[in-house]
Write a protein that binds this ligand. Structure first.
Ligand SMILES: NC(=O)c1ccc[n+]([C@@H]2O[C@H](COP(=O)([O-])OP(=O)(O)OC[C@H]3O[C@@H](n4cnc5c(N)ncnc54)[C@H](O)[C@@H]3O)[C@@H](O)[C@H]2O)c1
Length: 371
């Protein structure tokens, strides 16, 4: 890449603070400013990482002409309004998942990106995790054969997390399961059908406006014969956290471990029955990164943050995300996922919930997510 340096501002410093040392080490970034609401934590992070430019006001940050790009890690309801504001202020946007919580907001972001010519990337950890990169590499080399089916699960008991999670609908945070099944085959969702199952307690049902404990959705992939299945829960169901994806091919299939920390299983067709399954060690993909940030696939700054206690370090994805975003800015290419693709991944979850409320009715993804 060139010597060009992008002035990056990080907004939201819980999970977001993890990205600071990566930007500081990346040859194409200047970790220019940080922003979060409370001054005390802002100064703590600013002092820890030696960052001078500090903002408690997002609007003041956006008024700073030296900011080239913002990386947003604020609570979910802020993602869409803050992304749109930043684009309108002339800043490129990287935003943590999900893109938005309504299809209308997704469309506004896609349109604002078109109008401004700026970049938008949703920072989806799963599609830059070593597990995803491993399966995708096998698939791209033809080792899996033809993919016949995929399934992905994201059970996570969010009791004890920040309060805004109690107001969330499980499928509104579904990108960790939608993105790997669509990303594996570079496909777009065409339509979905989802069922709700079980019930959450009255308090959560009232705060979230959703009564279902589990939401379970089928996705028809456009221009493909593959249907994928995903499921999600946030409260009142017993299970260890897991962000899994299983991929079934004609030659080989990959199955995620049932328990965190175990190795996944690779099944090979046409072998004697006991030899079909084999536990495999997933390799790291740091070699795809500039040397300065390779160490961050294995390093976590705040290992006690709930996102990592439940989150398995996000598969070493953080430096890959930073690199993909900066690369798109430096060489002026479309980031992956760009705005329409992020909108497709995010809208699957939003429409899945609408489908569940309507008893499983088929919901089509809007045209602007298929571009
Ligand atoms: N694997 C993943 O992709 C992953 C993992 C963890 C968190 N996340 C996402 O990151 C986001 C933050 O999660 P978290 O656990 O760090 O939450 P958190 O509540 O711990 O932190 C939120 C941060 O945003 C700041 N903030 C809130 N409103 C703001 C505003 N208006 N302007 C500026 N700053 C503001 C807060 O001060 C705080 O620093 C969530 O949207 C979550 O979905 C993604």
């Amino acid at each position: 890449m060139s010597e060009k340096k992008i002035n990056v501002a990080l907004v939201g410093l819980g999970f977001g603070a993890e990205f600071i040392p990566i930007y500081q080490a990346h040859p194409n970034a200047n970790m220019y400013a940080i922003c979060q609401r409370s001054e005390e934590h802002l100064n703590k992070i600013g002092n820890t990482f030696n960052i001078e430019k500090r903002y408690t006001s997002y609007d003041e940050l956006l008024a700073d002409p030296d900011v080239d790009a913002v990386h947003i890690n604020t609570p979910i309801p802020d993602h869409a309004p803050q992304s749109i504001k930043a684009l309108k202020a002339g800043k490129h946007v990287a935003c943590t998942v999900p893109m938005a919580t309504t299809v209308e907001e997704c469309e506004q972001i896609v349109n604002t990106v078109k109008e401004t010519g700026l970049k938008y990337m949703m920072m989806e950890t799963v599609v830059y995790s070593r597990e995803f990169l491993f399966i995708k590499e096998m698939y791209d080399k033809g080792e899996l054969g033809k993919i016949q089916y995929m399934q992905a699960s994201h059970p996570q008991d969010m009791e004890g997390w920040p309060e805004y999670w109690e107001r969330m609908i499980p499928m509104h945070y579904a990108t960790h399961v939608v993105s790997p099944v669509l990303g594996m085959v570079n496909g777009r969702a065409e339509y979905v059908s989802c069922f709700g199952s079980g019930t959450v307690n009255d308090d959560i049902a009232e705060k979230s406006g959703n009564k279902f404990a589990v939401e379970t959705c089928h996705i028809k992939i456009k221009d493909s014969d593959i249907a994928a299945h995903i499921w999600r829960f946030l409260f009142d169901t017993a299970r260890q956290y897991r962000e899994s994806v299983d991929v079934y091919g004609t030659k080989k299939s990959f199955e995620w471990p049932l328990i965190e920390g175990e190795n996944p299983v690779l099944h090979t067709a046409k072998k004697p029955e006991p030899e079909i399954p084999e536990r495999v060690e997933v390799p790291d993909y740091a070699h795809l990164l500039p040397p300065e940030i390779q160490k961050f696939t294995r390093a976590i700054h705040d290992a006690d943050h709930l996102s990592f206690l439940q989150g398995a370090g996000h598969g070493g994805s953080h430096p890959h995300l930073v690199n993909a975003f900066l690369k798109s800015l430096v060489i002026d290419s479309e980031p992956w996922p760009n705005a329409p693709l992020s909108a497709n991944w995010t809208s699957v979850g939003i429409l899945a919930h609408e489908s569940a409320v309507a008893g499983g009715e088929l919901k089509k993804l809007p045209e602007f997510t298929l571009e």
